[in-house]
Every structure is written in structure tokens, then in C-alpha cells.
Design a protein around this ligand. Structure first.
Ligand code: NAP
Length: 248
């Protein structure tokens, strides 16, 4: 996909990796971006820059009415970036209840599914376009310390592969982004070193422009981790399983 011809929608555009996607897309000459956020007041600083290509959109990806309204308003979207995500860093059993597990599944899995279902016809009407789903290295390995988040990201990886197959008929490019700890509010809980958001989104948008229709292992640190995982998947999984929940 040529970013210069594209009209993007970024969920969770107000901070972290979402904000980095917005900055890099602008730099690469995108035509327009719907900057979606639960609270559009959090976009104030970004919108103050005065770039006319930015269109704010109120959007909680777990709210069916808001998802439907977004698809009715943003009918010219050619690039959907399912970035919004949540991690409560809870164990499966040590968490007080399953509220965090359900929220992670609602945002990370169902949010991605509902947004893609809503925007698939929009993308089709403009020749196919592209979808980018933010996954994680934890889509591949379980981490007891973030057990329910990892489960939601494993579900999101499985979903991304099936979406790619179903959307193939309408020529929609589907990228799943694999990343390890990145310098954001969510990533700050994870051990150093951490990647910059610019490195992650730079690699993803390079892959998008190159026509990649597959998972993208973003950033040098993720590539090193993925290499180690592929060399010894059971060994890496066993090591991760020693990282038990803090409250266990
Ligand atoms: N940082 C990492 O180490 C890392 C690594 C691999 C993958 N990822 C993935 O990358 C994506 C972005 O993460 P990040 O590190 O940038 O996290 P972050 O700084 O915590 O930002 C999360 C973003 O998601 C939004 N969000 C949460 N729930 C939402 C909902 N129900 N509807 C709409 N937006 C919602 C947040 O909005 P509010 O401001 O309203 O809360 C915020 O904009 C996530 O999918 C995450 O799982 C992150």
C-alpha cells in the first residue's frame, strides 16, 4: 500500500504506539487520519498542531454503537490500524476476579474483531486497503505474570490469520505486528531495555509499503527475541513460565 494515497483510522491514537503511528503516517504523507480516542479531549495537544489532515473521532472499541457510528462517518478509510489495547498484568488465578481478563479480551480481541467487521466493507469499496493489528510476542508465548493479556493476544494472532484469509478475496492486506516491550505507559512495567515507539511503527509502515501480507516482527529487540524463540520454542516458553504473578 502506498501511504501517500491512504486514509487511515488509528484506534487509541492519543498516546503510546497509536500516537507514534499518527506522527509517522503524517511524516510519510498520508492524506487524512481519523484519530480515534475514547476521550477526544486527550487529542487536544495533537490537534493544536493544526494539521488539517487530522480528524478526531470518539471511539471506545468495546462500544458497538460507537464502532458502527465510526464506520458510518469514516467511509473513506483505506487503512485500519487496530492499535487500542489494554494489559492489566494479572495472573490467571491470583487476580481477584476475572474482570481484567474480560476487559483484555473485550478490547484486544473483540475490539479488533468488531472494528474489522465494521470496516471490511469500507475497505472493499476502496479496492481492499489494509488492516494492521497490534499483537505481541506474548501472542506466541504465555507469561503467567500477564496471563490473561497473553491469552487475549494469542486469540488476536489466531484471529488475524483468519481475517487475512477471509479478506484475501477483497484484496485487503493484513499485517499482525509482533513486538516486545516498547517505551509506553503499558511497556513501562516490563524490564529494560525497551524499544522506542518510532522504531516499532517505522518497521511496520515500511512493511506496509512493501506490500507485506503477514506478521511483521517489529524492531531489532523483537527480531532477536523471535530468533531465540524459533531456535528453541520450548526453552523460551519454560523460561517465561518461571515469571509468576507478583501477587501469587
Ligand atoms: N508497549 C508495549 O510494550 C507493547 C508491546 C507489544 C504490543 N503492544 C500493543 O500495542 C498497542 C498499543 O499499546 P501501547 O503500549 O501504546 O499502550 P498504552 O500506552 O497503554 O496505550 C493504550 C491505548 O489504547 C487505548 N485504549 C484502551 N482501551 C480502549 C478502548 N476500550 N477503546 C479504545 N481505545 C482504548 C488507550 O486509550 P486511553 O488513553 O483512553 O486509555 C490508549 O490510547 C496495544 O494493543 C498493546 O497491546 C504494546
Amino acid at each position: 500500500m502506498d501511504i501517500k494515497d491512504s486514509i487511515a483510522l488509528v484506534t487509541g491514537a492519543n498516546r503510546g504506539i497509536g500516537a507514534a503511528f499518527v506522527a509517522e503516517l503524517l511524516k510519510r504523507g498520508v492524506k487524512k487520519i481519523y484519530v480515534a480516542a475514547r476521550d477526544t479531549a486527550s487529542l487536544h495537544e495533537l490537534l493544536q498542531q493544526g494539521d488539517k489532515r487530522l480528524v478526531p473521532l470518539p471511539l471506545d472499541v468495546t462500544d458497538a454503537d460507537q464502532v458502527a457510528a465510526a464506520a458510518n462517518v469514516a467511509t473513506d478509510v483505506t487503512l485500519l490500524i487496530n492499535n487500542a489495547g489494554v494489559s492489566k498484568y494479572e495472573g490467571a488465578l491470583s487476580a481477584n476476579d476475572t474482570a481484567s481478563a474480560r476487559q483484555e479480551m473485550e478490547v484486544n480481541y473483540f475490539g479488533t474483531l468488531e472494528m474489522t467487521r465494521a470496516f471490511a466493507p469500507v475497505l472493499a469499496s476502496h479496492g481492499g486497503g489494509a488492516v494492521i493489528n497490534m499483537l505481541s510476542m506474548l501472542s506466541y508465548v504465555s507469561l503467567p505474570r500477564a496471563a490473561t493479556y497473553a491469552a487475549s493476544k494469542a486469540a488476536a494472532l489466531s484471529l488475524t490469520r483468519s481475517l487475512r484469509a477471509e479478506l484475501g478475496a477483497q484484496k485487503t492486506q493484513v499485517i499482525g505486528v509482533v513486538a516486545v516491550q516498547t517505551e509506553t505507559s503499558m511497556g513501562s512495567v516490563m524490564p529494560e531495555p525497551r524499544m522506542t515507539t518510532a522504531e516499532v511503527v517505522g518497521d511496520v509502515l515500511d512493511a506496509l509499503q512493501a506490500g507485506t501480507n503477514d506478521e511483521v516482527v517489529a524492531g531489532a529487540q523483537t527480531r532477536g527475541t523471535m530468533e531465540a524463540f524459533l531456535a528453541d520454542p520450548k526453552g523460551m516458553q519454560a523460561m517465561m513460565l518461571t515469571r509468576l504473578p507478583i501477587r501469587a
